[in-house]
Design a protein around this ligand. Structure first.
Ligand SMILES: Cc1cc2nc3c(=O)[nH]c(=O)nc-3n(C[C@H](O)[C@H](O)[C@H](O)COP(=O)(O)OP(=O)(O)OC[C@H]3O[C@@H](n4cnc5c(N)ncnc54)[C@H](O)[C@@H]3O)c2cc1C
Ligand code: SF4
Length: 339
């Protein structure tokens, strides 16, 4: 492992000050100082030589209590950045009022990982593309301009939506699909103060710079995630299809939240996972469902719209059909929920 200095700042302002002193114009993932929370993603990539920070700023010493708090109220849900995935997944109010969030976390990783991993770390986890993980392969995300081994390589796990000619890596997380479907907002604090970022603009499409993965500056710390209350949050679920029944990333997934009048859709919120380069909101599918009776035909029409722009590669064309079926099932199961 590349040698690094370890620090445990005592407050958000202290952490931001250290990060901003060494901040450069690099994106956060390539900055000399990087934040670590659970370490289940970053430490893995440090061991593999993919991440090589000079300074590691451990966020677990931060004293601000709100960073570890879950707050549910009439306005919505507020999740501190350092809340562990397992604690949010098992929170009774989240299960009752935001089942899609609880399920996306319950179905992610393993119990041990969920106990260690933080919510902010989860949304900022990096791709598991095999060629990204192995430093002997060309990879535009790891080494800008070096090429992409996945294009002509084994790309069964790779994305069919939001791809570019420079990168087709899937965004692997589950929780992010629930957040983008429910119009969450991310709170951050950096050298230039605090700001709120709509979750939908946090992750960047790969386009011609796949190494720039988010809208964050290198000295910005995610402090909280806010999810507004909505008529659709109770009738919501997360369906995840994977190679094994547990402890595996999604091949395809769907986060669905519905506001129904009988079987007619007032509002549909839909996001897709396992198939896209970033957390993926399926707005065309939502549009088709609005004002319609949600039956199998309407669900199938929405699924067609969701994958209309899909671009398959040699080994991953199956994800288009799998993704459509996952969405159809997700929609019908959410319709049939007893709330
Ligand atoms: C075997 C395995 C299986 C997995 N399966 C799944 C799965 O099925 N679904 C799923 O969603 N995930 C899965 N994961 C990923 C796992 O959930 C993530 O590794 C974890 O959520 C990351 O959280 P962390 O706190 O450990 O992040 P860290 O590793 O500490 O950090 C991750 C990134 O976030 C940054 N960061 C962390 N906190 C902040 C903050 N507050 N502000 C700014 N930047 C921050 C770090 O600098 C780093 O770049 C799996 C992981 C493993 C190893
Ligand atoms: S798909 Fe993206 S992450 Fe994977 S090798 Fe290509 S550039 Fe790298």
């Amino acid at each position: 492992m590349h040698p690094f200095v370890y620090e445990r700042p005592a407050s958000l302002s202290a952490a931001v000050a250290v990060a901003s002193r060494s901040a450069t114009r690099h994106p956060p993932t390539q900055a000399p100082a990087q934040f670590i929370a659970g370490g289940t993603n970053l430490a893995d990539y440090m061991k593999l030589g993919v991440a090589r920070p000079e300074r590691l700023l451990d966020l677990n010493g931060l004293s601000e209590p709100a960073l570890r708090r879950i707050e549910t109220g009439g306005e919505g849900l507020r999740l501190g950045a350092l809340v562990r995935m397992g604690d949010a997944a098992e929170n009774a109010e989240i299960k009752r009022r935001y089942p899609v969030i609880a399920e996306s976390l319950q179905l992610a990783a393993s119990g041990q990982l969920r106990n260690m991993a933080s919510l902010a770390g989860n949304i900022l986890q990096r791709t598991r593309c095999e060629y990204f993980r192995e430093t002997s392969w060309p990879c535009n995300k790891r080494e800008p301009g070096s090429g992409c081994a996945a294009m002509e390589g084994f790309n069964r796990q790779h994305a069919v939506l939001g791809t570019s000619e420079n990168c087709i890596a899937t965004y692997h997380g589950d929780f992010a699909q629930a957040l983008i479907a429910l119009d969450a907002t991310v709170h951050v604090q950096g050298h230039n103060g605090r700001r709120k970022i709509p979750f939908a603009s946090l992750h960047r499409l790969p386009e011609d710079s796949p190494h720039i993965e988010t809208d964050l500056a290198p000295d910005e710390i995610v402090t909280a995630i806010e999810v507004p209350a909505g008529a659709w949050t109770r009738r919501s679920r997360y369906l995840k299809i994977r190679d094994r029944q547990s402890y595996a990333f999604a091949l395809a997934s769907a986060a669905v939240a519905l506001d129904l009048d009988g079987e007619t859709v007032n509002e549909a919120r839909i996001a897709l996972g396992g198939v896209a380069t970033v957390p993926w909101r399926a707005r065309a599918a939502e549009e088709i469902l609005r004002g319609k009776v949600l039956d199998e035909a309407a669900a199938a029409e929405a699924a067609e719209a969701a994958f209309a722009e899909a671009q398959p590669r040699r080994h991953n064309a199956f994800k288009i059909e799998l993704g459509k079926r996952t969405l159809i099932r997700g929609l019908l199961e959410t319709r049939d929920m007893k709330v």
